[in-house]
Design a protein around this ligand. Structure first.
Ligand code: SF4
Ligand code: MSK
Length: 666
């Protein structure tokens, strides 16, 4: 077991230096992590489950289907394709539901803020007015909070909308995409409605046709990407401030030896923001000092970490895969969580130490955890209760180990607005320079590396892919735990230009930006949709997202949310590459995802197993788009006449000339 943690040959290696160091300590010897459980389970995954053809939809099953074998269809007669499509669509619904429930809480918090209740204010008035415009809300001469309240109420209504008109935020897509969605019957109507309809249609005995199931899966995913996730990101920005570039640190080493360490895990920034406010209150600091600590140190885990990193520069201690490792330092007084991506194992890891796992959301409880319900009406009081519980643990801290070798600087905070501003400047903020650099080939294209990490796969996959893309002059956008992993590898700061091809390095150096732009948490993938749409609007790169030399990957995905994100990218016209999909047991359905969707929405899913293979596929897809746009055209070969030769020998110009005296094709 220990050898696995240290990365023995043939095992899925732990490449993170800090994780290795922590797990090698004596204090962590009784800790079992996901790595240990992958190894202990030993067996390879069930082929029916991983191929997508195990159906548990009704009590005549479970039915394990073998594609093409007549007697191996379901008891009801369901084929492998029907079953795999239903399972896949239910993953889309599960992921969309998670984003949607999160988003609803953010909208409710936004409404409270607009009413002047609670500790938060409207911070980004410009963005408020711009989003109000999308909803047709008058802003002239009105008080900020009045506009915000109307916006909040209209946003909340999007969740329960029952008529057949499209969601309001779809207006932000390109006209061509909106027309396509409408033609295909893919435009989502109400956010909750699409999830409910997806669950209904995949119930026993309803929708059995692959394309029809997937039409609703696209509509459901789009209600997440362009509906709930986008609303969550935008309203969170308006309330807590749109991220701007700032320096911060990522790694387990951000824990402090002489402070009360509280790690904040999960997804909803309402809890994290309240903890940030409460940790600055004099009575909390006083209490910590009374226990012998120098102060309170907050550090993020998973996407909550990304939210407070982006907006406040509060360090991220760990991504998903390190949540047990960070506890194994013995230096964490409490891990506070809300919803999503909290592994139940953290309770048993914490039992080895003085650490409390504190759950705060009635939706997400765990045996053995302390539950302190977060009261959104009085967030700071709730946060103080939580911190008090953590502070009390400080004196109980025993032996601990905080790794120091790897603490890495990152520059984060690349919202769509920031990219606009960085590239174009305050008075001509635009994506024009990005488009121009793509057209002239200095930047070949844009790639998004998003999503989770996963104990079953090599945890340096994000890094291998990113380095290959950068080397090939492709700008990388990152969100979620992928962004944290890239940060840990030193790729999310301007010094990472050393990994770039020459022309990308020049552009990044000129602008002063990192070649990997950290765009936030997993709900913030909606920022990428807006950025891509803005690139189209700027002109020169086609008239829809499907024309852009751009592609996304979630190589180490584990959550259903990643499948929802993948599907909303594809339905928006952006190709995605995953390391595996639970669909290979159903030939027709698998072919539909990997090929058929292309003819319908201009994008498709791709699967490639090795990180370098993923990178290669992404580079090829980007180059194919460049070819289709005609921006890979070689320059006309110029034949030199006598006058030109004279110019040449007098040294008057034409710089890029080969030894034969003919201009090089570039
Ligand atoms: Fe089996 Fe059909 Fe029931 Fe699925 S729905 S469990 S395939 S009988
Ligand atoms: S936290 S969904 S492991 S990105 Fe958003 Fe990370 Fe994936 Fe959870």
């Amino acid at each position: 077991m220990a050898s696995k943690r240290n990365g023995c040959e043939g095992c899925t290696d732990i490449t993170c230096i800090s994780s290795k160091q922590v797990l090698a300590q004596d204090i962590a010897k009784n800790v079992k992590t996901g790595y240990d459980r992958v190894q202990a389970r030993g067996m390879s995954a069930c082929l029916f489950g991983s191929g997508g053809t195990c159906c548990r939809t009704c009590n005549m099953g479970p039915c394990q289907i073998i594609d093409g074998v007549e007697e191996m269809v379901g008891v009801c007669g369901a084929s492998a394709d029907t079953v795999a499509a239903r399972n896949f669509a239910r993953m889309v619904a599960g992921g969309s539901a998670a984003h949607t429930d999160h988003a609803r809480e953010m909208v409710r918090g936004f409404i409270e803020t607009a009413k002047g209740e609670g500790p938060h204010q409207i911070k980004d008035v410009e963005k408020l007015k711009s989003l109000a415009g999308v909803f047709g809300i008058a802003t002239e001469g009105r008080a900020v909070n009045e506009i915000a309240l109307e916006l909040g109420e209209k946003a909340l209504a999007e969740f329960g909308k029952q008529d057949n008109t499209p969601l309001t935020m779809l207006k932000r897509a390109t006209p061509k995409r909106q027309a396509l969605w409408s033609k295909l019957g893919m435009a989502p109507r109400g956010v909750d409605r699409e999830i409910v309809e997806m669950m209904h249609r995949t119930h026993m005995g309803v929708d059995h046709e692959v394309e029809n199931i997937m039409l609703q899966a696209s509509r459901c995913a789009l209600s997440d990407g362009w509906g709930s996730s986008m609303l969550s990101t935008e309203l969170t920005d308006i309330m807590f401030g749109t991220p701007v570039p700032r320096r911060a640190i990522v790694d387990i080493g951000v824990l402090k030896p002489d402070q009360v360490n509280v790690t904040v895990h999960g997804h909803e920034p309402l809890l994290a923001e309240a903890l940030c406010l409460a940790a600055q209150e004099p009575d909390m600091i006083e209490l910590a000092k009374k226990q012998g600590a120098k102060g309170i140190n907050l550090a993020g885990v998973c996407c909550t970490g990304n939210e407070i990193l982006m907006r406040r520069g509060i360090p991220v201690a760990a991504g998903f895969i390190q949540q047990e490792v960070v506890l194994s330092t013995g230096a964490v007084e409490a891990m506070v969580g809300d919803v999503q991506c909290l592994m139940p194992s953290i309770v048993s890891v914490a039992k080895n130490f003085h650490t409390d796992i504190i759950t705060t959301n009635y939706r997400a409880m765990m045996d053995g955890a302390v539950h302190i319900q977060f009261d959104e009406h009085d967030p700071v009081a709730s946060a103080k209760k939580i911190l008090t519980q953590a502070i009390k643990n400080y004196k109980k801290r025993g032996e601990f180990f905080i790794p120091q070798d790897q603490k890495l600087d990152v520059v984060v905070g690349f919202s769509h607005e920031t990219i606009n501003y960085m590239l174009g400047g305050r008075f001509r903020a635009s994506y024009r320079p990005l488009n121009d650099n793509i057209i002239n080939g200095r930047i070949r294209g844009v790639a998004a590396i998003v999503g989770c990490d996963n104990f079953k796969l090599a945890d340096d996959s994000h890094v291998v892919i990113a380095k290959e893309l950068l080397k090939n002059n492709i700008l990388v956008l990152a969100t979620g735990c992928a962004a944290t992993a890239l940060g840990r590898a030193g790729l999310v700061n301007p010094e990472a230009v050393k990994y770039c091809g020459e022309s990308l390095a020049e552009v990044c150096e000129a602008v002063g930006m990192p070649p990997v732009l950290h765009m936030g948490s997993c709900v913030d993938n909606s920022r990428i949709l807006i950025a891509a749409t803005e690139m189209v609007r700027q002109g020169g790169l086609g008239d829809d997202i499907s024309d852009l030399p751009a592609i996304g990957t979630a190589p180490l995905w584990m959550s259903e949310k990643a499948v929802a994100i993948g599907q909303y990218f594809v339905a928006s016209g952006a190709q995605v590459v995953f390391q595996s999909l639970p669909t290979f047991g159903a030939k027709k359905f698998n072919k539909y995802l990997l090929e058929g969707l292309m003819g319908q929405v201009g994008a498709r899913w791709n699967v490639a197993q090795e990180p370098l293979e993923i990178a290669r596929l992404m580079i090829e897809a980007i180059e194919a788009k460049r070819d289709a746009l005609g921006i890979n055209k070689k320059k006309e070969r110029v034949l030199f006449d006598m006058a030109m030769r004279r110019d040449l020998t007098s040294g008057s110009g034409i710089g890029d000339v080969g030894c034969t005296g003919q201009q090089r094709n570039v």
